[in-house]
Design a protein around this ligand. Structure first.
Ligand code: AMP
Ligand code: MN
Ligand code: MN
Ligand code: MN
Length: 299
């Protein structure tokens, strides 16, 4: 029995619509599928509606955060994707993403490449979402990237510190963990062995995130080698984090040769995640109650 706890759709930078992704997972016989688009929950209602029986669709998100040295992604699983606070935050991020993308396109133009914002937005964005992968794809489609040099070119332009890179300015990892918890979700550190740049994530930062509310760590991931997976499984045991896993599926926009469901953790992970979500939901309700008491005047 296979599960996949990390996937993208056309709501962010994947190529399959949420309904297509769910149907594909059903065809492959997956028992659970978390839909975790970058910084958006826009695909979730469609994915949940497309689910009939199996797979169980888990409402998720992948929040992008920045630290001084590297970019850290935080998955939120089983969250309440209609939570007003979460939606307000996501809307602010969406607008900031567009401004950031415009600034990156402007940087590319200043380098002398004929890339214009309108074309990038019209051809590469998806449902109002845009990111580096999509800007890069637009450049490739316009013949601005030499054949066979995609990897080097992406790093040159868009890695942290790259010539056209603009940082994300929205969330810290701690804030992302708190935002997921406030929406009753289970925060999970995504692909800790694969950062966009910077030194490998140290045990210290992971330990610190566990102290501020992190509940899981993505130990199983396509680019993790056996040593990394073992390291994250050990850390999970030591810090009482739930080890998760997924393919980071992006359809035809993703890494070739990684089949949906091929990096899932054991199926028993599902009940651990559900229990953790219940605990997160109880904590969030208590928190909201506390704030309610202080803001509602007693008459
Ligand atoms: P952003 O969310 O705007 O910071 O962009 C990050 C996205 O860029 C990731 O989610 C990937 O989909 C994409 N990406 C990262 N590295 C590469 C790469 N080497 N080639 C193409 N796309 C990439
Ligand atoms: Mn992506
Ligand atoms: Mn990621
Ligand atoms: Mn991802």
């Amino acid at each position: 029995m296979r599960i996949d706890l990390h996937t993208h759709t056309t709501a962010s930078d994947g190529s399959d619509t949420p309904a297509e992704l769910v149907r594909k997972a059903a065809r492959l016989g997956l028992v659970a599928l978390a839909v975790t688009d970058h910084d958006t929950v826009d695909g979730l209602d469609e994915a949940l509606k497309a689910a009939h029986g199996l797979p169980e669709v888990i409402a998720g998100i992948e929040l992008t955060t920045d630290t001084e040295t590297c970019e850290v992604h935080v998955l939120g699983l089983h969250l309440d994707h209609h939570h007003p606070q979460l939606l307000a935050r996501i809307e602010a991020i969406r607008e900031e993403r567009i401004e950031r993308a415009r600034a990156m396109v402007e940087k590319v133009r200043r380098l002398g490449l004929p890339l214009d914002w309108e074309t990038v937005w019209e051809t590469a964005s998806s449902r109002g979402f845009i990111g580096r992968g999509q800007i890069f794809r637009a450049m490739r489609d316009q013949g601005l990237i030499p054949q066979g040099q995609a990897r080097e070119a992406f790093a040159h332009y868009f890695s942290k510190g790259g010539v056209a890179y603009v940082p994300h300015s929205y969330l810290s990892p701690e804030e992302a963990v708190a935002a997921v918890r406030a929406a009753g979700g289970v925060p999970v550190l995504a692909h800790p062995g694969r950062l966009m740049s910077g030194p490998p994530l140290g045990d210290e930062l992971i330990g610190h995130l566990a102290e501020v509310g992190l509940m899981g760590i993505e130990a199983y991931y396509p680019t993790h080698d056996a040593g990394e997976t073992a390291r994250f499984l050990r850390l999970a045991a030591r810090l009482d984090l739930i080890p998760t896993g997924g393919t980071d599926y992006h359809g035809r926009f993703g890494a070739a040769g990684v089949e949906l469901g091929s990096y899932g953790p054991p199926v028993s992970t599902l009940s651990r995640l559900r229990e953790a979500a219940e605990a997160a939901g109880r904590d969030a309700a208590k928190e909201e109650g506390r704030h309610g008491e202080t803001t509602v005047p007693v008459t």
